[in-house]
Write a new protein. Sequence first.
Length: 223
Amino acid sequence: MADYVLVHGAWAGGWSHEGLAGELRAAGHRALVVALTGLGARKDELHGGITLSDHIEDVCAQAEQAGFDRFVLAGHSYGGMVITGVAARLGARIDAIAYLDAFLPQDGESLWDITGPFEHNHYIETQKFTPGLVAPIIGGNSPRATRHPLLTLIEAVRFTGEEAKIARHIYVFATGWQPTPFRKFADRAQADAAWEYHEADCGHDVMQGQRAQVLAILLGAAA
């Protein structure tokens, strides 16, 4: 039996990972779908002061509460920022880290640093009348989508050396979503022999578009 910690993206909630988590549980494993402060099931807690550090702490605290000593850590989209920060805290306890069509920052980089003018304009313009709270950049018509705290997008991750203790690194790139901000991260992972690289023939939401493939990748990560 393995333990899995799943982190959703911006403007989303745990519901985006529940199907995948259910299949991991059906395969005999434990799966924690993290509830990030101010998003999804915790949308009533949303305010403009929430930081990336708050979301990193959510993951660490909930993994501890679940009794997960060692685990496979996976993050989708913005969740890549969060799991990178978790890796810098708990790397020695993480058997594998998987980026599911996700941002892949380096030391000292924020999400703002690794996105471009289109995203920057959206982040600033859409929070003018809801200070600190950015409107969805995709999926805005979904009744489950929420605004997202701006501070999480401009706070940088900092490496500690702990992240280097993770043995397996996985990147899953969705080839069916264009234009995509994730090509450069996919190229970096594909070019690095230390990474396992996969392509999913679907849109950005790989957990739905190619669930069987993602499930197989995560099950293999615990082998």
